[in-house]
Design a protein around this ligand. Structure first.
Ligand SMILES: Nc1nc2c(c(=O)[nH]1)N[C@H]1C(S)=C(S)[C@@H](COP(=O)(O)OP(=O)(O)OC[C@H]3O[C@@H](n4cnc5c(=O)[nH]c(N)nc54)[C@H](O)[C@@H]3O)O[C@H]1N2
Ligand SMILES: Nc1nc2c(c(=O)[nH]1)N[C@H]1C(S)=C(S)[C@@H](COP(=O)(O)OP(=O)(O)OC[C@H]3O[C@@H](n4cnc5c(=O)[nH]c(N)nc54)[C@H](O)[C@@H]3O)O[C@H]1N2
Ligand code: SF4
Ligand SMILES: [Mo]
Length: 730
């Protein structure tokens, strides 16, 4: 028997753990963590062990291009050749571009840094369209933008293990980031102190020395109050603030609005706890901070994150050992296509990006991520304002992940052309004109910078693509070739002939040795601390901007402030509970993996975490399901009760992304079981990024009639093999 262990990188989620792929007689038998990987040091999870293997030959997988027959969502398809599909897509893109202009074509992807996303961005730009949609306005948007404004962004990466005090805000690494969770536990075992800010008693909160149980959406008041304490008690790093920060005086003044007694009323955290936590964070060095999705995707997200970044800055916990470090650069790395002038559109086109007029720091030419305000794209499809969007090229599952599912579906149905890249028939793919079959992890080669290491990592192609599947980059290359031939391209931003050539391009000017990269799965990036001493921080002033000039220039409040969250404003009395969405599940990655029996064995239904007393008050039993409604006029969502005292009595919480691949109908159950059916896509929006309030909202909860639930649940006969018993019992 031949045995081989190939070092690679798991890319099933953005953590990107070093992986060892075990191959016997040419067949992948097992995937494990790579202890030698400098970023993840052996950490791994159930998704990485199972998903790549299970996806490869899954019965739900589609590996041929298909063209729609009949109406959108009718589920009638004809297999076509790649040649036919690309020809017709190119023709139709050419027509749409000719009639409505390049910007009438938009694209959507998941993560913006992977090659499958870069491929979409460059394809669009080649067609003259700046309209690139990423999920970051529901995800990291406020963190990216706050970091750009203040210059105090960055993650601790492996520094976390060396921190003596760790502040965790709105993040649950035990559910979402196995590497940070590992480092955090290691630091704690070495005596580090842990402060966790979270309304929910998460695993991190259980481990914490200080658990600050904030009311959702009030974190800005907490951070400003902690800063107030540090200024007042002279516990800030005077030298660093004087030399490396601007706006400290104004910030100090702003914080006087939030003495601990005032902040206590707003946040629900006792004044003494605020003072203690502030003192602990300032007097214990070094300190690291994890700031998560729990405070992003909120209407006051940027201000909240700026306030916590200010806390890092005034305690000088930046770019030193054991603190948050700014993104480390690799000399010669050519993967920054967002900023690279060789791949940019003319300014007059970039200013046309949808949403840029309202949110220039999010969507303009000088914005943090140069991508659309997604609600503006949906509006352009519906209304033709400010100009029509008639075609979309989609590489993720936006029907299941954008708020207001019915609105997303209605918009997609109005398009002249919808192309969806996927490995199976998702609720988004169901609406496509063309389904293009994409590879899964073991069939792909990807190269990227991992800030956890920091290192360059490679995902190696272990097996040949199944059937006719192609990688996202290869599909863009092949489509660009046809478009080029027809003279439809304004720019040639996809000059490569293969994914391999693209990857070689990324590294060509670096010192990375391909042989070493392949042999180890990574190449460490040398890095030092305090690089700001030589280069300054990445802001216009070269300093940390505590009151960023770019906000002031736009007439926005340059200082972080607390604003009352929407859910807490007076509204209809029956919306008496607060719902948190998006709590991560170790078995799933967003909308992915619902077709796998191993994942469904871990969790088979979208959960409603609810306190025992609240459940009792509403007559909800352990085995019950409940309807949750967020707003009159919006549909309700059906969630399964998970009675737990980790949640306060006035809050309930759930995950995201649910659908049942085996269920009939174009939505595969998403219109019933996916929380985003009931979540409006704003307003209100964050004034800087336009992020919608998709995380925290007022709701009412009603016990569902068990007979009615039974009718709606998926049928056992169609369930993924091995979980029929689960489905049968609901
Ligand atoms: N297994 C798994 N891992 C994932 C993902 C996945 O789908 N599955 N997705 C990845 C992606 S794209 C993302 S964005 C991350 C998200 O992962 P995280 O950044 O960890 O964010 P969440 O799990 O959404 O929420 C973290 C915590 O925030 C708390 N929270 C909610 N509202 C508030 C608030 O107003 N204030 C404070 N202080 N806390 C609040 C919640 O109770 C929760 O404990 O996970 C990534 N990792
Ligand atoms: N209400 C509410 N809505 C939310 C959130 C929330 O907390 N609450 N979270 C938001 C966040 S943080 C995010 S990031 C988005 C996620 O939103 P999406 O990006 O849409 O989520 P995914 O399910 O990861 O991506 C869907 C498709 O992308 C492709 N894909 C993605 N990653 C991979 C991969 O590694 N390999 C392969 N082969 N295919 C891949 C697959 O075709 C998959 O079906 O949802 C957001 N939506
Ligand atoms: S956390 Fe799990 S899914 Fe994400 S990269 Fe690591 S092993 Fe893969
Ligand atoms: Mo995300």
């Amino acid at each position: 028997m031949s045995r081989q262990v190939i070092p690679s990188t798991c890319s099933e989620c953005s953590v990107r753990c070093g992986a060892l792929v075990h191959v016997e007689d040419g067949k992948v038998v097992r995937i494990t963590g790579n202890p030698a990987h400098p970023g993840s040091r052996g950490a791994f999870c159930v998704k990485g062990m199972n998903a790549p293997l299970a996806a490869l030959d899954h019965p739900a997988r589609i590996t041929r291009p298909m063209r729609r027959l009949g109406a959108r969502g009718e589920g009638r398809w004809a297999p076509v050749s790649w040649e036919h599909a690309l020809d017709e897509i190119a023709d139709r893109l050419g027509e749409i571009k000719g009639t409505h202009g390049g910007p009438s074509i938009a694209g959507a992807v998941s993560n913006h840094e992977q090659s499958r996303a870069i491929a979409v961005r460059l394809l669009l730009r080649s067609l003259g369209s700046p309209n690139f949609m990423i999920n970051q306005d529901l995800c990291h948007g406020c963190r990216y933008t706050a970091s750009m404004l203040t210059g105090a962004g960055g993650l601790p990466g492996s520094e976390l293990a060396k921190a003596r005090v760790i502040l965790v805000v709105g993040e649950s690494p035990s559910d979402s980031h196995v590497v940070e969770w590992m480092h955090m536990k290691a630091a704690k075992a070495n005596g580090a102190r842990l402060i966790v800010v979270d309304p929910r008693r998460s695993q991190s909160a259980r481990l914490a020395d200080h658990w600050l149980r904030v009311k959702p959406g009030t974190d800005a008041a907490l951070a400003l109050s902690m800063i107030h304490v540090l200024f007042g008690e002279n516990l800030f790093d005077r030298e660093f603030v004087e030399q490396w920060c601007t706006g400290a005086g104004e910030l100090r003044e702003r914080c006087t609005r939030y003495p601990p007694a005032v902040a206590a009323k707003i946040t629900g955290v006792a004044a003494e706890s605020i003072v203690e936590a502030a003192r602990l964070f300032a007097t214990t060095r070094p300190g690291s901070m994890l700031i998560g999705h729990g405070v992003d995707a909120q209407a006051n997200g940027v201000a909240t994150i700026m306030a916590f970044q200010a806390l890092l800055a005034i305690t000088a916990n930046l770019d030193r050992e054991g603190t948050n470090r700014p993104r480390k650069q690799l000399r010669g790395w050519r993967g920054n296509f967002r900023e690279d002038p060789r791949f940019r559109l003319p300014r007059e086109i970039e200013t046309k990006i949808l949403g840029g007029e309202t949110y220039p720091l999010w969507a303009g030419p000088e914005s943090s991520l140069n991508s659309c305000h997604n609600p503006a794209v949906l509006r352009a499809i519906h209304t033709g304002e400010p100009y029509p969007v008639r075609a979309m090229y989609v590489a993720n599952n936006i029907v299941c992940t954008y708020p207001d599912i019915h609105d997303t579906v209605a918009a997609l149905k109005k398009l002249d052309l919808l192309v969806v890249l996927s490995d199976q028939m998702t609720p988004t793919a169901e609406l496509a004109d063309f389904f293009l079959p994409r590879t899964t992890l073991l069939e792909e080669e990807d190269v990227f910078l991992d800030q956890n290491g920091p290192c360059v990592s490679i995902t190696q192609r272990i097996v040949q693509p199944r059937g006719e599947a192609r990688t996202g980059m290869q599909i863009a290359i092949d489509l660009a070739a046809v478009l080029r031939e027809r003279g439809v391209l304004d720019h040639d931003f996809i000059p490569w002939k293969s994914e391999r050539e693209f990857n070689e391009y990324l590294l060509a000017e670096t010192a990375v040795d391909w042989r070493e990269l392949r042999a180890r799965g990574f190449c460490e990036m040398p890095f030092g601390y305090e690089s700001y001493r030589a280069r300054g921080f990445r802001t216009p002033s070269g300093k940390i901007e505590l009151a960023p000039g770019r906000l002031r220039a736009l007439g926005l409040d340059p200082l972080p402030d607390y604003r009352q969250p929407v859910y807490a404003r007076p509204g209809a009395r029956e919306y008496d509970l607060t719902l948190l969405t998006g709590i991560r599940s170790m078995a799933y990655h967003h909308s992915r993996f619902r077709e796998f029996a191993w994942a469904r064995r871990i969790q088979d239904a979208p959960e409603l975490r609810i306190h025992p007393a609240t459940a009792a008050r509403l007559g909800i039993d352990r085995h019950d399901w409940a309807w949750v409604e967020m707003q009159p006029g919006m549909p309700r969502v059906l969630l399964k009760a998970f009675v737990t005292d980790e949640i306060p009595e006035d809050i309930v919480a759930t995950g995201m992304g649910w659908w049942y691949p085996e269920m009939e109908g174009p939505d595969h159950g998403a219109a019933t079981f996916n929380v985003d059916v009931a979540v409006p896509y704003g307003p209100e929006y964050d004034p800087v990024t336009g992020s919608a309030e998709a995380r925290v909202m007022a709701c009412k909860v009603m016990r569902a009639d068990p007979e009615d639930v039974k009718m709606r649940l998926p049928r056992a006969a169609r369930a993924p093999a091995g979980i029929e018993d689960l489905v049968a019992t609901g």
